[in-house]
Design a protein around this ligand. Structure first.
Ligand SMILES: *[C@@H]1O[C@H](CO)[C@@H](O)[C@H](O)[C@H]1NC(C)=O
Ligand SMILES: *[C@@H]1O[C@H](CO)[C@@H](O)[C@H](O)[C@H]1NC(C)=O
Ligand SMILES: *[C@@H]1O[C@H](CO)[C@@H](O)[C@H](O)[C@H]1NC(C)=O
Length: 348
């Protein structure tokens, strides 16, 4: 995708050409492009909403191609449905325009995907007008400086499949109403200032076949993993860098479809001895907790295991050898007072 600077450069270059040459290029363009993108008509309500968004962000450079004269389906960051001409996607990333997400975004009635990514000067809360976007399937607002709560109204957007609000400044607790989203397969709220406990309702009503993923790392969450999560069968679950306590073993289980479990840097306290690892597991990070017991021998049967870290716990006994275990250096096992065997010193 060309950057906004590139587009502007192209426009100024054409502006400095002698008139006859401009005409020549114009005719060339007409014939070389029998079905130009502009054949997709832009819906006038969508255009109005987009121009409202542009104005709210002080007409920043990013929006240079968003002009009254052109079809909004040709604008940078905008994707329309080819038949209806309705705006389906808005993908805005890597820009420094400033302001809050305006209510006008709620007037893009047909939109199914919104991406706001790496926008450090986008601030303020998520506008309640977002609640109008009943067709929204993908919502990403990541690495911005939006603040305020994770809004309760997200639960009204029943088509939502993926929510990524990671690395912002969101605070407050995680609304338990997110459990009402039947079609949700991925929730990422990592890297915010969220507090309180993890709602037990999450992923309890899902109807999708795909196993869900939950990422809540780098927050200030407390309490235990809800017992109901033992039945979920996550694809990936990352709860690292919080202040969570209690049992983490309920996430494990031989027949679970799980590829990643990251519980590192919390205060989990459980016995690892009889835990069964999911057969396809790829990543197991348990470092910096209070986990005791020994490392189960079944770990040597895991063919996909590529990342393991159990350091800084209270584990004991011999580290099982065989399978993928040979690939892990001592840093993955250090600071467990009674753990021994390769790659740590031999057991006595
Ligand atoms: C938020 O703003 C600060 C400056 O106020 C900036 O340093 C930081 O990178 C911004 N965060 C993100 C995720 O863009
Ligand atoms: C949920 O997903 C299914 C399957 O993709 C789809 O048929 C259904 O319309 C979706 N539900 C909502 C409320 O969008
Ligand atoms: C394992 O975890 C420890 C403690 O958090 C960390 O210092 C170490 O770098 C980790 N090792 C690897 C290879 O990630």
């Amino acid at each position: 995708m060309p950057g906004p600077q590139k587009i502007m450069k192209k426009m100024t270059a054409a502006g400095t050409l002698p008139p006859f040459l401009s005409l020549f290029f114009f005719i060339l363009l007409l014939f070389s492009n029998p079905l130009p993108v502009s054949s997709v008509r832009c819906n006038k309500d969508d255009k109005k909403a987009l121009l409202g968004i542009k104005a709210a962000f002080n007409n920043g450079d990013h929006f240079a191609s968003w002009t009254e004269e052109s079809s909004c389906c040709e604008w940078y960051s905008v994707i329309c449905d080819a038949e209806s001409g309705r705006v389906m996607e808005l993908n805005i990333f890597d820009a420094d325009f400033a302001g809050s997400i305006p209510a006008a975004i709620g007037d893009l009635s047909y939109i199914h995907s919104i991406v706001f990514y790496k926008l450090p000067n986008v601030v303020g809360p998520m506008p309640s007008a977002l609640a109008k976007l009943k067709n929204l399937v993908y919502l990403t607002i990541r690495e911005t400086n939006i603040s305020g709560p994770v809004p309760d109204f997200l639960s009204e957007l029943t088509a939502l499949n993926q929510i990524d609000l990671s690395f912002n400044r969101l605070s407050g607790s995680i609304p338990s109403s997110l459990g009402d989203l039947h079609n949700l397969t991925s929730l990422d709220l990592s890297g915010n200032q969220l507090s309180g406990t993890i709602p037990p309702s999450l992923f309890q009503k899902i109807t999708m076949k795909e196993p869900p993923s939950l990422r809540l790392s780098h927050n200030d969450l407390t309490g235990e993993i809800p017992p109901a999560f033992g039945k979920v069968g996550f694809f990936e679950i990352d709860l690292s860098q919080n202040r969570l306590t209690g049992d983490g073993s309920l996430l494990f289980g031989r027949s679970k479809p799980t590829s990643k479990i990251d519980l590192s840097r919390n205060q989990f306290e459980f016995d690892l001895t009889h835990v069964e690892f999911p057969e396809a597991i790829n990543v197991v990070n348990l470092n910096e907790n209070r986990i005791h017991g020994s490392i189960p021998a079944q770990i040597t049967k895991l063919e996909n295991l590529q990342h393991l870290n159990v350091s800084h716990n209270d584990l004991s006994g011999q580290i099982p050898s065989g399978g993928e275990m040979g690939r892990f250096d001592e840093s993955r096992f250090l600071q467990n007072t009674r753990l021994c065997g390769k790659p740590l010193p031999l057991c006595k």
